[in-house]
Design a protein around this ligand. Sequence first.
Ligand code: HEC
Length: 171
Amino acid sequence: MKKENIPMIFLTAFIVTGFLVVAQTLWAHGDEKHPDNNQQASHMQVMYALKDNIPQEYRIMERTPIVPDQESLTSGKALYQQQCALCHGDDGRGNGPAANGLETPPANFLDLEHSSIYDPGEKYWIIGNGSGETGMPAFEEIELIDRWHLVNYIYDLQASADKKDGDKHHH
Ligand code: HEC
């Protein structure tokens, strides 16, 4: 690389960063301009707004760093049934026995459109930090690795539900 190119590279990086910051701000404000017509829209806004609290390194994570092998899923399942099923339901439909008392219903993990709003890294972060006013508690006492087992298990619930659906179509 030629020496005289170096200042240009910095300049370009600077301009690109500036552009991203402006674009993001415009986007965020554009969002606010559309008042929600219904509860669902406002709930989605709450979900998206939460993302602003999630550090970037979790937001860009597309997979869990822990392989979802049998061991991971077994740990995830055990914890899930102890700590999460109460609200999220045994099979992840968000219909656990404590769900009724909550203003915001617990996430239905089998609603893929809804659940895919949060990527694996974001789900991991939410387990440890809660999700603000929605009633999703912060499980600070759950070991970091166990949080990944839980995320793996949530995706496994989705995958097995998907498979069951697929089976139904075949018969
Ligand atoms: C007291 C009820 C309650 C318990 C217990 C609970 N949650 Fe939640 N959870 C919620 C609510 C309410 C939300 C917010 C719903 C939404 O954003 O749609 C939520 C949202 C989430 C989300 C983000 C939504 C998504 O689909 O990615 C994840 C991930 C999650 N919970 C995982 C867990 C895990 C794992 C446990 C157990 C360690 C757990 N929750 C226990 C109530 C609960």
